[in-house]
Design a binder for this molecule. Structure first.
Ligand SMILES: NC(=O)c1ccc[n+]([C@@H]2O[C@H](COP(=O)([O-])OP(=O)(O)OC[C@H]3O[C@@H](n4cnc5c(N)ncnc54)[C@H](O)[C@@H]3O)[C@@H](O)[C@H]2O)c1
Length: 257
C-alpha cells in the first residue's frame, strides 16, 4: 500500500521557541506531516529534547531571536543541513506582566527585543532565504495584538507590532511578486508554561498591575497547543496558498465579543 502523503512532505521548517509550549507542539506537528525541522531556542536542554523526540528529521540549534548574528547562523544551518527553507514560524516570545504605570523602560525594551525585534529579524532573514524558492512565514501574535491588555502593556504593544509587521511583509512580497506569504495568528489563552507562569509573576507586579489584573476576566477554559499547531500547519503548507497578510484569531471567539 502506498503510504499517505504528508501535508509538509519535501518541506523544511524553522520554528523558534521550539523547546516549549506552542513552539514544541508546532515542531512536532510539522514533522508529523513530513517536514524536516530546525528547532531553535535559548533553552538548549528543552530544544534538544524536542529534536530528539522528533528524530532524524529534526535538529536543534541554540538561537537567541534578539541576535541578528544568531539569525544568520540559524538560516545558514537550516539551508546547509536541509537544503532550503519553506516555512518559518516566528514563535519565540516572553510576557512581562506590568501595567503602563509599573513598566520600566528596561522592561519595555526587553519585551520589544524578544517579541518584535525577534519577529522583524526572522522576517528579514527568512524572506531572504525563501525569496527564490518560495515559502510561508507564520508570526505568533496574540489576542493582545488585537485588543489592549492593561496588565501586559508592553506585551500587547509588541504583539500589535507583530500584526502590522506581518501585513507589511505580505504587501512587500505581493508588490515585488515574491512567492512568499506572511500571516499572523492571534491565540487567546492556551495551556502552556507561559500561561501557567502568569500566576507566579503576578505577586511581583506593581500596584496598578495588580489593580488591572483584578478587573480582568480570566474565566473560561484554556485552549490546547495542538489547536494552534494545526493552524500553523495549515498556514505553513500549500493548502493556504491564497492566504497572505491575514490575521487569524484562535481564541474561541473571545475578541468577537
Ligand atoms: N500561551 C498562550 O496563551 C499564548 C497566547 C497568545 C500568544 N502566545 C504567543 O505564542 C508564543 C509561544 O508562547 P508559549 O505559550 O508557547 O510560551 P512558552 O513560554 O511556553 O515558550 C516560549 C519559548 O520561547 C523561548 N524564548 C524566550 N525568549 C527567547 C529568545 N530570546 N530567543 C529564542 N527563544 C526564546 C523560551 O525559551 C520558550 O521555549 C509566544 O510568542 C507567545 O507570546 C501565546
Amino acid at each position: 500500500m502506498i503510504p499517505p502523503m504528508g501535508r509538509m512532505d519535501g518541506k523544511v521548517a524553522l520554528v523558534t521557541g521550539a523547546a516549549s509550549g506552542l513552539g514544541k507542539a508546532t515542531a512536532l506537528r510539522l514533522a508529523e506531516e513530513g517536514a524536516r525541522v530546525l528547532c531553535t531556542d535559548v533553552d538548549t536542554e528543552g530544544g534538544e529534547a524536542v529534536a530528539k523526540e522528533i528524530g532524524a528529521s529534526a535538529h536543534f540549534q541554540r538561537h537567541d531571536v534578539t541576535s541578528e548574528a544568531q539569525w544568520e547562523a540559524a538560516l545558514h544551518e537550516v539551508t546547509e543541513r536541509f537544503g532550503g527553507l519553506h516555512a518559518l514560524v516566528n514563535n519565540a516570545g516572553i510576557v512581562i506582566v506590568r501595567s503602563i504605570e509599573d513598566t520600566s523602560l528596561e522592561e519595555w525594551r526587553r519585551q520589544m527585543a524578544v517579541n518584535l525585534d525577534g519577529a522583524f529579524l526572522g522576517c528579514k532573514h527568512g524572506l531572504r532565504a525563501m525569496r527564490e524558492g518560495g515559502g510561508s512565514i507564520v508570526n505568533l501574535s496574540s489576542v493582545a495584538g488585537l485588543v489592549g491588555q492593561p496588565p501586559f502593556v508592553a506585551y500587547s504593544a509588541s504583539k500589535g507590532g507583530v500584526r502590522l509587521l506581518t501585513k507589511s511583509v505580505a504587501a512587500h512580497c505581493l508588490q515585488l511578486a515574491l512567492p512568499v506569504r506572511c500571516n499572523s495568528i492571534h491565540p487567546g489563552g492556551i495551556d502552556t508554561p507561559m500561561t501557567r507562569s502568569l500566576g507566579e509573576k503576578i505577586p511581583g507586579a506593581g500596584p496598578t498591575t495588580l489593580a488591572v489584573l483584578d478587573k480582568m476576566d480570566v474565566s473560561g477554559p484554556l485552549g490546547r497547543p495542538i489547536d494552534v499547531a494545526n493552524l500553523v500547519l495549515f498556514l505553513a503548507s500549500d493548502e493556504s496558498q491564497l492566504i497572505n497578510g491575514a490575521e487569524i484569531a484562535i481564541d474561541g471567539g473571545l475578541v468577537a465579543l
